[in-house]
Design a protein around this ligand. Structure first.
Ligand SMILES: Cc1cc2nc3c(=O)[nH]c(=O)nc-3n(C[C@H](O)[C@H](O)[C@H](O)COP(=O)(O)O)c2cc1C
Length: 177
């Protein structure tokens, strides 16, 4: 049976929960990117990050930078969590040329940043609880909602752990084939 590792980063915990569900489905070990796990004994590495300001969260980028030669030799899958409704066409403002990616494009981009053999990628809905945000995040998002979304800051909970677990099971079937 292939050895699998899920490496995630998460600021407010939702991506950690999704990562755990993927790891359960995949029967994989799980590690926080901050702990810089050694990937060399794994056949498949699954990366997970939330999207913040249109980018991956810094610890997963640090992990990628520090482990690129090892990741490039492994099978790779990646997922992201994000606010689905911000990223769907026609994007924030309705302008067609707006530079926004879909969840799937973000997930695919994360997988391909490794240089490894990408077997799959997936975008999942995340969670945002305004009362939990630190001052900087709340300030940024209040501005974002007021000026771009033209409504007050709203939370959402799009976490779907059964789907994340099913995706983990699909990865297991793919990697053992
Ligand atoms: C400061 C901030 C910026 C965010 N930027 C984006 C974004 O650019 N696009 C998006 O789709 N979601 C964005 N989100 C939503 C997060 O991706 C979502 O809440 C995610 O589930 C958070 O993951 P975590 O709980 O693991 O930190 C943002 C959330 C915060 C708090």
């Amino acid at each position: 049976m292939a050895e699998c590792l899920v490496v995630y980063t998460s600021k407010y915990g939702s991506t950690r929960e999704v990562a755990q569900a993927v790891a359960d489905g995949l029967q994989a070990k799980i590690a926080n990117a901050d702990d810089n796990p050694d990937v060399r004994s794994y056949d498949l590495v699954v990366l997970g990050s939330p999207i913040y300001g249109g980018d991956y969260l810094e610890p997963i980028k640090d992990f990628l930078r520090g482990n690129k030669p090892f990741l490039a030799e492994r099978k790779i899958a990646a997922f992201i969590t994000a606010a689905a409704h911000w990223e769907r066409d026609p994007g924030l403002t309705g302008e067609e040329d707006e530079l926004l990616f879909t969840q799937q494009e973000y997930a695919d981009g994360l997988a391909h940043l490794t240089g490894g053999e990408v077997i799959d990628s997936r975008g999942f809905g995340g969670r945002l609880i305004p009362a939990q945000l630190d001052d900087a995040d709340r300030g940024m998002l209040e501005w974002f909602y007021r000026f771009l979304m033209r409504k007050p800051l709203q939370g959402f909970d799009l976490i779907d752990l059964p789907s994340a677990q099913r995706w983990g099971e699909e990865l297991r079937a793919a990697v053992d084939n």
